[in-house]
Design a protein around this ligand. Structure first.
Ligand SMILES: [Mn+2]
Length: 330
């Protein structure tokens, strides 16, 4: 029996043996985090369980069309409810849940469902498959293993997770397994054009305002292989952009021909910079991020640097020089 099959069975027991669940995802939730959270909610309700779904902040507007999205609590506005049984979706480590950690009772039982290679196995039960394109893929396999039907509500949530974490079925994680799952989700009645329109195509005016400020900040390394852009606190404030509006900006640099690594420096506070890294085919950016206390995937990762944007740039340029040297040796 494979390790993953053992984990599937342990996860099934975890769900069957408990009745009241707190389901959470990571700070600044993306399509996979939100889709998995909601799909887990639908799965548990289908089994007659009591469910509380919570985000650290508000659910991003573009995911509000997902069935059940209006039931997700906003932890920044709700009273803390302590829970003994917790399920985390799409969180590589416990700290990724942010302030929601306050909702975990001491010694709580925790089921960790994820697909990040940097996942540190912090759960009581860990259902983690790093080859999966999305947590939604792991969750679909889990529902299949439990021999449960996939409702249309669950399907649209899972489809959104697959669609966003594969960049619209374009990234190298788009396997035949992913497409097989997508196909079976469509057969429940999911409308792919509508989902793509909502989560991939539609942009907000603050996003456009932010983009016009951030594109001119692009800088290329001497070799032309690294392209970086920066977002300051005032850029966010003056354009009225939300956190979710910075998503995808990093790809503009990475997509320039000849560029291997794209970086976005995003100032979070006077002395705190969130760094997003994307690579094309050679550099393992999850290793770079991990060496700076962050994590992620080989082609998409991130970390937080305590310092100014200029200090973060110096640290990253040193780390990337080393990563390129490693990439050339292997
Ligand atoms: Mn994910």
């Amino acid at each position: 029996m494979s390790d993953f099959t053992v984990s599937l069975q342990a996860a099934e027991r975890f769900i069957k043996e408990n009745d009241r669940f707190l389901v959470v995802n990571h700070v600044n939730p993306d399509g996979d985090a939100t889709g998995s959270l909601l799909a887990m909610g639908w799965l548990l309700r289908q089994l007659g369980k009591q469910v509380t779904l919570v985000n650290e902040g508000p659910t991003p507007e573009k995911f509000m069309f997902l069935p059940g999205a209006s039931d997700i609590l906003d932890a920044s506005k709700a009273d803390v409810q302590k829970h003994d049984v917790v399920i985390t979706c799409d969180c590589a480590d416990k700290a990724r849940v942010g302030q929601i950690a306050d909702w975990f009772a001491e010694g709580c039982q925790l089921l960790n469902i994820d697909h990040h290679p940097t996942n540190d196995g912090y759960g009581t039960v860990n259902l983690v498959r790093s080859e999966a394109a999305a947590t939604a893929e792991v969750l679909y396999d889990f529902i299949q293993a439990m021999k449960l039907p996939v409702s249309k509500e669950t399907a649209v949530c899972l489809y959104t997770g697959l669609l966003t974490d594969t960049g619209g079925f374009r990234y190298s994680n788009t396997t035949s397994h992913v497409m097989g799952i997508a196909s079976s989700l469509l057969s429940t009645g999911v409308e792919p054009g509508k989902v793509a329109e909502r989560v991939l195509e539609t942009i907000t005016k603050p996003y456009l305002a932010l983009l016009t400020r951030v594109l001119p900040t692009i800088e290329f390394s001497e070799s032309g292989q690294v392209a970086s852009m920066a977002v300051s606190l005032s850029d966010m404030l003056e354009t009225g952009a939300a956190d979710e509006d910075t998503e995808g900006l990093v790809n503009y640099g990475r997509n320039v021909e000849g560029v291997e690594v794209g970086i976005l420096y995003k100032q979070k506070a006077e002395n705190q910079v969130k760094v997003s890294l994307r690579s094309r085919e050679r550099v393992d950016v999850s290793a770079v991020a991990k060496s700076l206390g962050g994590g992620g995937h080989v082609r998409a990762a991130g970390c937080t640097i305590h310092g100014t944007i200029e200090e973060a740039k110096r640290i990253l340029s040193q780390k990337l020089r080393e990563a390129f040297q490693k990439g050339e040796k292997s």
